[in-house]
Design a protein around this ligand. Structure first.
Ligand SMILES: Cc1cc2nc3c(=O)[nH]c(=O)nc-3n(C[C@H](O)[C@H](O)[C@H](O)COP(=O)(O)OP(=O)(O)OC[C@H]3O[C@@H](n4cnc5c(N)ncnc54)[C@H](O)[C@@H]3O)c2cc1C
Length: 316
């Protein structure tokens, strides 16, 4: 039996494991794949102590730190089901059938990329349509690509794609960007990025692979842009499936509802990182790490006998 099962090997999960280990809690950390969302960040310029670092390198440091403790067991695998047993402990069933038991849970499950749901998107997924410009731009050397979206990942993705592709269309349904001004300035400085604003994409076109996208309004005389690749970067939805299984309250925006100690509405279950509504929905490495630390502290207090749940979300 573990003291705490941390689900998620991103910034939130690894930080929770580091703190749990220093509280001498027997900790199991599992994640469906290495590194979480962090490995898709090209250049991270706001992690304190590192003026600039690649996302994969930062996540490798997190992993190395978390797994340096003898209290921490680290496994890669998907948790399929979580159950709360009659005596209050938790049972996790993995995709491969393995079962783990823990006295508490920290859900650090992050988020899933949103899909557009337009014709051609599913058909050409993996054949020119992908959901991570910073991961896949490299495959489009000297080609023409479209990045769809207006947030951080779209604008950063367009800037990265512009380093290898011959031409990048940045297609956004509005005329202004939600992204950090740092990335907006960077993408505006790229001569091979063409801004296609106030346009929606209606369809991805092609035969065996992507050949173009169809817009709702013509751009420079045509409603079709010829492209070799399409990166859909329209944000993500919190991965709350496991929280729902445990009966945790989900807020009106679809995030796991937590209080200041990162407690969910289900006793013994804590949340951290992009999956929660902590940190005012500000989804960053620093906030995910901070929430992970707070969640581990919450677990420690809970196991010390602070069993009174006292869940006061929304109270003045
Ligand atoms: C392109 C891009 C660039 C970014 N750049 C920056 C930046 O420069 N600075 C910054 O501060 N932030 C940046 N961010 C945001 C930052 O990456 C995230 O806020 C942060 O990584 C979130 O960490 P997390 O631990 O909450 O979630 P994640 O890193 O998403 O981790 C979630 C983990 O949960 C696991 N998981 C989910 N479901 C299950 C399951 N059922 N079983 C097992 N495991 C499961 C996943 O496998 C994953 O390991 C960027 C994001 C993107 C997409």
């Amino acid at each position: 039996m573990f003291d705490v099962l941390v689900i998620g090997v991103g910034a939130a999960g690894y930080t929770a494991a580091i703190y749990a280990a220093r509280y001498k809690l027997k900790t199991l950390i599992v994640g469906a794949e290495e590194g979480g969302m962090g490995i898709t960040a090209a250049d991270v310029g706001n992690w304190p102590g590192e003026i600039e670092i690649r996302g994969p390198d930062l996540m490798e440091k997190f992993k190395k730190h978390a797994t340096s403790f003898e209290e921490v067991t680290h496994k890669i695998g998907r948790v399929e089901m979580l159950e709360k047993m009659a005596d209050g402990h938790f049972k996790a069933t993995m995709q491969n059938g393995d079962i783990y038991e823990a006295r508490t849970i920290i859900l650090a499950t992050g988020s899933n990329k949103r899909h557009l749901g337009i014709p051609g998107e599913k058909e050409f997924s993996g054949k020119g349509v992908t959901y991570c410009a910073t991961c896949d731009a490299f495959f489009y050397k000297n080609k023409t690509v479209a990045v769809l979206g207006g947030g951080d990942s779209a604008v950063e993705g367009a800037a990265i794609a512009a380093q290898v592709a011959a031409k990048v269309y940045l297609v956004h349904r509005r005329d202004t960007f939600r992204a950090e001004p740092y990335w907006v300035e960077k993408v505006k400085s790229k001569e091979n990025v063409v801004f296609v604003l106030e346009r929606n994409v209606l369809e991805v076109l092609g035969e065996q692979k992507v050949a173009g996208i169809k817009l709702d309004k013509a751009f420079e005389g045509s409603d079709i842009l010829a492209v070799d690749g399409v990166f859909i970067e329209i944000g993500s939805n919190p991965s709350v499936d496991l929280a729902v299984q445990l009966g945790c309250r989900i807020d009106e925006k679809g995030f796991m509802d937590v209080d200041k100690s990162m407690r969910s509405s289900t006793p013994g279950v804590f949340g951290a990182g992009d999956v929660t509504n902590g940190s005012n929905y500000f989804a960053q490495f620093t906030t995910a790490a901070g929430e992970g630390a707070t969640a581990a502290n919450g677990v420690f207090n809970y196991l010390q006998g602070d069993q009174h749940h006292g869940w006061m979300q929304g109270a003045c």
